[in-house]
Write a protein that binds this ligand. Structure first.
Ligand code: LIP
Length: 276
């Protein structure tokens, strides 16, 4: 599939749209943000800015790639005719955005469903993607085989440290049931690592991993728009992105890090789930 598409050009489209829309939401944040609705729980919020940002991303992709498909967190869903589907998260880290905390991002990925390397459990694999962090102005990009970049500079990927010195990013779901389970897993994992960081955006977490600012990441319950672009950025930086056992990474579990650390984390998390 990707032989017939220019993945570097796709990364350019993703990057320019992510930055353009990221600047719009940053300006909106400065004048105030309101909750428009809630989703899976009272704490799973959608702001008017999320909805506007997704409209802008959809309009930009219709203009630039009118025959591609589109899947967005806030409801955008169109079937294309090219085999390429753009998967977008207009604001990943919505609660941070609502509270005016810095870790939020616009995520844009071009994906295909050909079962190739990097396919996630939702059946898609990103061939190009971008994550823009408006509060830092950092634009993370990657395309298949092209490496991962931050503002054009190659990203180093995660350090290969031992588990006890691993700075581990993670996140938690929005429902009481999921959070109750996640705290039990964390109770098993936290004593075995350097420390954890809960930044509030999977896209930011995986880009921090690609930049070597955290050593590993895991989370359960992510949606394709949370990880589509950033999982590719992590992979292209040299990280392994995996699930538990032979499972594909995705909603069930996503683990990312060096080959050794991601394998040790998978063992630790499997132990934790067996003990639940
Ligand atoms: C967020 C994820 C984050 C997770 C949060 C939330 P949203 O996505 O990026 O990793 O821990 O609970 O799901 O809801 O801000 O798009």
């Amino acid at each position: 599939m990707t032989d017939s598409v220019d993945v570097a050009a796709f990364a350019g489209i993703a990057g320019s749209l992510a930055r353009e829309v990221g600047e719009v939401i940053r300006a909106k944040r400065a004048v105030g943000v309101t909750v428009a609705q809630t989703k899976s729980s009272l704490t799973d919020v959608v702001t008017a800015a999320d909805q506007e940002a997704e409209r802008l991303l959809a309009a930009g992709l219709r203009r630039l790639r009118p025959d591609d498909g589109l899947l967005g967190e806030e409801g955008a869903s169109t079937t294309g005719t090219t085999g390429v589907t753009w998967v977008v998260d207009p604001i990943d880290g919505t609660v941070n955005y609502l509270y005016d905390l810095p870790a939020y991002a616009v995520s844009v990925a071009a994906t295909v469903e050909d079962g190739g390397p990097g396919t996630m459990s939702d059946g898609r694999r990103a061939v190009a993607g971008a994550v823009y962090v408006p509060t830092s102005g950092e634009l993370f990009t990657a395309w298949e085989g092209g490496g991962a970049h931050l503002d054009g500079e190659r990203l180093p990927g995660p350090a290969d440290t031992e588990l006890g010195r691993t700075l581990l990013a993670t996140g938690f779901g929005y429902t009481v049931e999921r959070r109750t389970e996640q705290v039990e897993v964390l109770r098993h994992v936290l004593p075995r690592v350097r420390d954890i960081r809960r930044m509030g955006s999977a896209a930011v977490d995986l880009c921090m991993l690609a930049a070597g600012r955290v050593d590993a990441y895991y989370e359960r319950g992510l949606q394709p728009w949370d990880y589509a672009a950033a999982a590719l950025i992590a992979r292209e930086s040299g990280a392994v992105v995996r699930g538990l056992g032979d499972a594909l990474p995705g909603e069930e579990l996503l683990i990312a890090g060096t080959p050794r650390i991601s394998a040790e984390l998978a063992t630790l998390i499997e132990e934790a789930y067996r003990g639940l």
